[in-house]
Design a protein around this ligand. Structure first.
Ligand code: ZN
Length: 538
């Protein structure tokens, strides 16, 4: 098999997986099909761009007792990639199944699956630590037995990671599985966490598993099928999902959107313009005969899932996955919590996010990376911001006696702001003066960093609420203190300028701090005042 990565942002990646039946793009959700109840035709999958599906080998085997195994592509009338699940989820639900682990591997080979899963033991949601430990150990034993008896190497085998909500066990399980050669690694048992919206635990589990698994292999999260979670899961490094939710939700009259679930009966109009919805209405869906409405709802739900996956891939290409997380985190408090939990791992994300400065250096001048949007304090944990903060201490090349602190406003790079351009120019090469801008997005920006990515490419608001202003002003003041200047000359402009003034007054003496009102003085007057101050200081 080959898994090729074509683009990255945060821990998310765009890739392609090649199986013996075809190629498909990741991130991908395998729609789980009921082998005994086909609702959708092959043409529909082609139209949506679905090139890999999944079905349950155990349910198939049970439904065909006494009959010879048949090629799964024939059974499903689907020539593309078919993944099969082993039935582990049924173990979780019913306690046990009447099939040996060896049998289910052999059966998946006989039906010519493209991606197969060994029969693991899901830890589940309510297992205590000792039960969790046992499920991890037993899954490892079964993995070893499966690897011994696998004869078909043209099938991509999935190694499941267990451990449930017990993070140490998840990590141990991932370490054990990583030592075994699987084409794909997967994390089990998250379904209940998603149903009860305990997303922060889910985030912890994914991070615990990802830490210990080989980075070059695809990572599958079992049972994730709601588009609201896709951006968050992809940002954490999930490449694959599988779910029957699109069909189960449709049966219950539930309409999936990237912001959440709607009930068909509560809707008057469709906002979606997918081929299933366009020109129709929720009422028409509900009144239709012979399950036609349900089928169209199934189709809509799949269109929605795949449109969201395409949106995510586009966001990765543009380096804007973080912006998508911020946007989606506004849709529900539970998603906001999920987002907050992800920011908890911001340093891990920072280490994995490509450095755009490097990309810029490597690219021809015609290829420019995209800027980013700064949307407020929630953007402070994004990798680009953390990277900037970490560069700050060593950024001021030569420390001079006086720091001239200028407003960093809407115009970037800041030294080209028409209002303060002549002031910056007058002192840029002055032997005694260092220049530092104060920006609501970045805090202190020494002129040395003014033109580096993504400072000059970032769109951010120029105003903020008093708490944000104060907090940001404090970071400016703290940074200036680390430079140990003899004097600070602040050109105050706007509300933020006044906040910086207030914070500087706390850290610098009256003699050490000069404040010039940028709103009243013209640039020439500012230059003259600074020059006078320098003469007096000399
Ligand atoms: Zn639709």
């Amino acid at each position: 098999m080959s898994f090729q990565v074509h683009g990255k942002d945060l821990l998310g990646r765009i890739g392609t997986i090649k199986t013996k039946s075809g190629v498909f793009a990741t991130p991908h959700m395998f729609p789980v099909l009921d082998p005994h109840h086909r609702i959708l035709r092959r043409e529909f999958f082609d139209r949506v761009g679905i090139h890999a599906v999944m079905t349950n080998a155990y349910l198939l085997k049970r439904g065909r007792q006494g009959l010879d195994p048949v090629d799964i592509h024939e059974t499903l009338d689907y020539p593309g990639t078919v993944a099969t699940d082993s039935g582990a989820y049924q173990i979780l639900e019913y306690g046990h199944v009447g099939v040996a682990p060896e049998e289910i591997v052999g059966y998946q080979e006989k039906i010519n699956t493209d991606i197969g899963v060994i029969l693991d033991v899901p830890t589940g949601f309510r297992s205590d630590p000792s039960r969790a430990r046992w499920t991890v150990d037993e899954t490892v034993r079964r993995a070893d037995r499966a690897l011994e008896m696998i004869t078909r190497r043209d099938i991509l085998w999935v190694g499941p990671v267990q451990g449930g909500v017990h993070l140490k066990e998840v990590e141990r399980s991932a370490r054990e599985m990583a030592e075994r050669d699987f084409a794909i690694y997967a994390l089990g048992s998250p379904t209940e966490l998603m149903e009860t919206q305990r997303y922060e635990v889910l985030v912890d589990m994914i991070v615990a598993a990802k830490k210990a698994l080989p980075k070059g292999k695809p990572f599958h999260l079992f049972g994730a099928g709601h588009p609201v979670l896709f951006p968050f899961l992809v940002a954490l490094g999930c490449d694959l999902f599988d779910s029957a939710a699109y069909a189960l939700y449709a049966r219950a009259g539930r309409y999936l959107t990237p912001e959440g679930t709607q009930v068909l009966g509560d809707m008057v109009e469709f906002v979606c313009t997918c081929p299933a919805c366009v020109g129709s209405s929720p009422e028409e869906f509900m009144l239709s005969q012979e399950k036609e409405g349900e089928t169209r709802l199934v189709q809509h739900n799949l269109w929605t899932c795949f449109s969201e996956l395409r949106r995510i891939r586009e966001a990765i290409r543009k380096g804007r996955l973080w912006e998508l997380l911020e946007l989606r985190s506004q849709a529900h408090p539970a998603l906001k919590e999920c987002f907050n939990r992800i920011t908890h791992y911001a340093e891990i994300l920072e280490r994995s996010t490509p450095d755009y400065a490097e990309i810029l250096e490597r690219s021809t001048p015609a290829v420019k990376p995209h800027g980013i949007f700064y949307l407020g304090p929630s953007s402070d944990s994004r990798p680009e911001k953390l990277r900037f903060v970490s560069r700050l201490p060593g950024s001021v090349g030569e420390r001079r006696n006086i720091v001239l602190v200028l407003p960093g406003r809407w115009r970037r790079p800041f030294h080209e702001d028409p209002r303060y351009e002549s002031v910056a120019k007058a002192f840029d090469d002055h032997p005694k003066v260092s220049i530092c801008f104060y920006s609501l997005t970045w805090g202190p920006v020494p002129i040395e960093l003014d033109e580096t990515f993504p400072i000059a490419q970032t769109e951010g608001p120029d105003t903020g609420d008093p708490i944000v202003l104060r907090g940001r002003a404090k970071t400016v003041s703290e940074f200036l203190q680390t430079l140990h200047p003899k004097g600070v000359i602040l050109v105050s402009d706007g509300l933020f300028g006044r906040a910086v003034k207030a914070e500087l007054s706390k850290r610098f003496t009256k003699r050490g701090l000069t404040v010039l009102n940028g709103e009243l003085l013209n640039p020439d007057a500012i230059v003259k005042s600074v020059e006078r101050k320098l003469v007096r200081n000399a």
